[in-house]
Structures are given as structure tokens and as C-alpha cells.
Design a binder for this molecule. Structure first.
Ligand code: COA
Ligand code: ZN
Length: 307
């Protein structure tokens, strides 16, 4: 099992209060100690679009890299790749969507336009020996276009595979997928693309993140994106809340007998580093310092075991 911790990128990109670079560095360093195999550290996107991640290079410069952990980042175009290479990332992720409307709002181009943009990015990343992930956002529902068909998703996945992306992460951007919809997609996708090249990326808006992870796990998927404390959301996808919580994914997979190798206590220590900078409802500890929930110690709606 491979957990891709996306909290520092997907989690923080939606936080409006500025988080100091040093806190982000401490957060990533703490995540390095948890046992996760990959950490999505930041994004080399337009800092005007995502101001919170404008310090991507400084964060990469200051983190202490742990052997065996992959430190990755989002890259939307060649300019982003230049910046990512300079920051010595281990892996880059290009990102597109099945919804044309969402793509326009998020990356200011169409699906075809994004693939054209990515082609030179993938080529050069590979010549620098960097593996490339491709994200397929809005793979189940879109805030603007509604239900997305599995056939349309598969067409975008195939486009990304055809330009050479090593791995594709299928993303339920607004967190509205049901396990049945996950199964329907994987029934059609996995005969075409091997399951070891597919990651699943769920948001927990409707509280179904863990069910969807387990539905995918039954299909042999072994790479899951999640964020500690269910941080997250996309500023260009109205209504989207956090990623499925890393803590919940680890617990659910371990219950199925999988060895995940991620330490829950170290995860919660990492999450607490952010507390002073998050709005009250997103803190793991309220201001008085005592855990909001005696059972799971979380106060965030998405994470508390008593939700
Ligand atoms: N890093 C830093 N700056 C960048 C950049 C990058 N990767 N790509 C473009 N820019 C700058 C350009 O230099 C230009 O600056 P200028 O106006 O000072 O000359 C400006 O941004 C516009 O460049 P352009 O190539 O026309 O980009 P665009 O306006 O079409 O935007 C993206 C395209 C992809 C760069 C932008 O939409 C973006 O960053 N989106 C990211 C959204 C995101 O991260 N969403 C959350 C993840 S799901
Ligand atoms: Zn609880």
C-alpha cells in the first residue's frame, strides 16, 4: 500500500490565512517521519492563482529529505517544470480534468490544450529522470457540469498515458462519488490500464471517502492520496471540502489486513503544527488545548470519529 500525503499541497492551497514558510517546512519534515512513501509538498503554479503556495521553492530548499520518501509537486506547464527542476523535486504532477468548464477555470485551457501543454513537460521531466503523475480531476462529478461519464474519464486517462505519464491519479474533486460509481469506472478502466499505474484521490465532502477507498482497494488499487486531518479543497471547485483523512485511510486499510506502515501518532503531531494558523473549525485542538473529542482527539468535522 502506498499513501501519497497531499496535505501540504491540496490541503494548504485552500487555506486563506497565510501560513509561514517555516511552518510548512516543519509540517513536511514531520510528515517525513510518519512512514508515508510520498509527500506532495507544493505546486509550481501561478502564485497569483494560488498565493498560499507561492513559496514552493523556499519550502523545497529548506525541508530535510528522508531517504525513501518521494517529494513531489504540481506542475501546470513548462515554466512550472523549470521552477520544479530548480527546486530539485523528485517527481512532478501535471493536472487536467474531464470537465471542460472546470479545466478553463482551473488551468485556463481545454482538455486538448492541457495535453498539448503537458507533452513537452513530460518529455523533459523524463529526460531529467523525474517520474510524472497525471491528475484527472472531476472524474465523477463536476460542480459546473454535473455527472461525468466513465467513458469520458477513460478517454482523458488514455490521453495522459499516451503522452507518457507514469501514473494517473483519478480525482473526485468535489467528493461526491459513491462506491457504485467508483466500481463502474474501475470495471471499465482496469481492463485497459494496469491497476499499479492508477492512484485514487478522494475528497470527503459527503463522508464517503473511506468507502470509496475500500471499493477501489477491492479492485486491486494500492495507491491512495489523502491528507492528514482531512485538510483541503480546491479554490476553483465550489463546495469541495477536504481530502479523505490519511488517518482514516490508514485505519481502514489496516483493518483489511494491509500493512500500511504509517504511524498515526506521528501523523497527528504533524497535523498539530498547523493548528495556530487554521480557523477554529479546522484545528485538531481547540484554543484551550484539550482535544475536542476524547476518542479521536480531533475537532474538525471531517475527521472526528463521531461525525
Ligand atoms: N509559475 C509561475 N508563474 C507562472 C506559471 C508558473 N508555472 N505559469 C504561468 N505563470 C505566469 C506567467 O509568467 C504570466 O505572468 P505575467 O502576467 O507576469 O507575464 C502569467 O502567469 C500568465 O501566464 P499564462 O501562461 O498566460 O498562464 P495562464 O494565465 O493561462 O494560466 C496556469 C495558466 C496553469 C499557469 C494557471 O491557470 C495556474 O497556475 N493554475 C493553477 C490552478 C491550481 O493550482 N489549482 C489547484 C490545483 S487543482
Ligand atoms: Zn472523534
Amino acid at each position: 500500500m502506498e499513501i501519497v500525503e497531499v496535505g501540504p499541497r491540496d490541503g494548504l492551497q485552500n487555506e486563506t490565512a497565510p501560513i509561514p514558510t517555516n511552518t510548512k517546512v516543519a509540517f513536511v519534515d514531520a510528515l517525513s517521519a510518519t512512514g508515508v512513501g510520498e509527500i506532495e509538498v507544493s505546486a509550481f503554479v501561478s502564485p497569483r492563482r494560488i498565493p498560499q503556495l507561492g513559496d514552493a521553492k523556499q519550502v523545497f530548499d529548506r525541508i530535510s529529505r528522508k531517504n525513501g520518501v518521494i517529494y513531489s509537486a504540481l506542475v501546470p506547464n513548462e515554466k512550472g517544470l523549470d521552477r520544479a527542476i530548480e527546486a530539485q523535486v523528485d517527481k512532478v504532477s501535471v493536472f487536467t480534468a474531464v470537465s471542460e468548464t472546470f479545466n478553463r477555470k482551473n488551468i485556463n485551457t481545454s482538455i486538448e490544450g492541457s495535453i498539448d501543454r503537458f507533452l513537452p513537460v513530460v518529455k523533459r521531466a523524463h529526460s531529467e529522470r523525474l517520474p510524472v503523475r497525471g491528475y484527472v480531476s472531476t472524474a465523477f462529478w463536476c460542480a459546473f457540469e454535473g455527472k461525468i461519464s466513465p467513458e469520458a474519464v477513460i478517454s482523458v486517462v488514455e490521453k495522459l498515458i499516451n503522452i507518457g505519464t507514469d501514473e494517473v491519479s483519478i480525482s473526485d474533486t468535489i467528493g461526491k462519488a459513491s462506491p457504485d460509481e467508483v466500481k463502474r469506472l474501475l470495471d471499465l478502466l482496469l481492463p485497459k490500464i494496469s491497476s499499479d499505474r492508477i492512484a485514487m484521490h478522494f475528497h470527503d465532502t459527503y463522508g464517503r471517502g473511506v468507502e470509496n477507498v475500500l471499493a477501489s482497494w477491492h479492485y486491486g488499487i494500492s495507491i491512495f492520496d489523502s491528507s492528514v486531518g482531512a485538510l483541503g479543497g480546491c479554490p476553483f471547485a465550489p463546495g469541495a471540502t477536504g481530502n479523505v483523512a490519511t488517518e482514516d485511510v490508514v485505519k481502514a486499510l489496516e483493518k483489511k489486513g494491509e500493512k500500511v506502515g504509517v504511524d498515526l501518532q506521528t501523523l497527528s503531531q504533524a497535523r498539530r503544527l498547523l493548528d495556530p494558523f487554521l480557523i477554529e473549525g479546522r484545528r485538531s485542538l481547540p484554543k484551550n488545548g484539550s482535544p475536542a473529542c476524547a476518542a479521536c482527539q480531533f475537532s474538525t468535522r471531517e475527521v472526528c470519529c463521531q461525525r
